[in-house]
Design a protein around this ligand. Structure first.
Ligand SMILES: Nc1ncnc2c1ncn2[C@@H]1O[C@H](COP(=O)(O)OP(=O)(O)OP(=O)(O)O)[C@@H](O)[C@H]1O
Length: 266
């Protein structure tokens, strides 16, 4: 059964200036365990698509399934972890308590919760900050807390909207490698929104290239550079990697040049 199934989905927003079609006729199947990135010019509907999958909004037409359930049922069953642009942390809770929150809500015992949170804090490199509050952290650190929280229950689907956007380049590359490893180990499918072509290529099995408004899928680029063990710094220097980066870039530039605004090509 596929992790995500999007069929003929359209999303229109009513605005003061009239109806805005954010997504037009999107069809996309994401297999269990598959890593798929969404990339495209600013405003092409990447976040909207992710929000529909997460049941934070509803399609205007078409159908959407998450592990064969409605998006709503999947949300109620908490079948996925979410890490979005805004970290969405609770300001009155410490880093550790924020990460423990989903575990607490699901009735995990105190000791097990603490052990799991410590593991995740270690993973995102916040060992010295476990007892701090979000307002005592940088934006990038807050994002790392949100990522740790999304991983807390080893979900079989992760929905991530530019989760590494505020990270410095070194941390970003380390987190990319960790995310690939984690997704591989837990068999989680990932839907990942990014503006960075190299990031999309490094992480993904497939890169979905979207066109400017109304957002459509222009092309799906197969990447498949190998398992987590191959996703090392060496891969970033590899000819196969550059080849896929070029393929995604060309797919994006199929648009008028003005259309690629907002996409990092570094
Ligand atoms: N709640 C809303 N009401 C009205 N219009 C909206 C709403 N949410 C999104 N839109 C519009 O839908 C389009 C797609 O927005 P979306 O945020 O999904 O794009 P995006 O590809 O994620 O952009 P970015 O890369 O800049 O984050 C945009 O034109 C946006 O203005």
């Amino acid at each position: 059964m596929n992790a995500v199934s999007v069929r003929s989905v359209t999303k229109t927003f009513a605005t003061r200036g009239g109806a805005v079609t954010a997504l037009a006729n999107i069809d996309l199947e994401i297999a269990a365990g598959e890593f798929v990135s969404l990339i495209g010019p600013s405003g092409c509907g990447k976040s909207t698509l992710l929000r529909l999958i997460a049941d934070l909004d509803e399609p205007s037409s078409g159908e959407l399934a998450v592990f064969g359930k409605t998006a709503r049922q999947a949300r109620l069953d908490q079948d996925y972890g979410i890490a979005f642009q805004q970290a969405g942390l609770l300001p009155w809770r410490t880093v550790r308590a924020n990460i423990e929150l989903p575990l607490e809500l699901h009735g995990m015992g105190r000791a097990a919760r603490r052990a799991r949170a410590d593991e995740l804090i270690d993973l995102v490199g916040l060992g010295d900050f476990a007892d701090r509050h979000p307002d005592q952290l940088s934006g990038g650190m807050q994002q790392r807390v949100a990522i740790a929280r999304s991983l807390a229950e080893s979900p079989r689907l992760l929905l991530m909207d530019e989760p590494f956007g505020a990270l410095d380049e070194m941390t970003r590359e380390r987190m990319q490698a960790e995310l690939v490893r984690l997704a591989g180990e837990t068999g989680a499918a990932v839907v990942f929104v990014t503006h960075s072509i190299p990031e999309a290529v490094f992480l993904s099995d497939r890169v979905v290239v979207m066109s400017p408004r109304p957002g459509r899928i222009r092309e799906i680029v197969e990447v498949r550079l190998g398992g987590a063990e191959r996703r090392t710094d060496a891969l970033r220097e590899d000819a196969a990697f550059f080849d896929r980066v070029s393929a995604v870039r060309e797919a994006l530039h199929g648009a008028p040049v003005a259309g690629v605004r907002g996409v990092e090509t570094r």
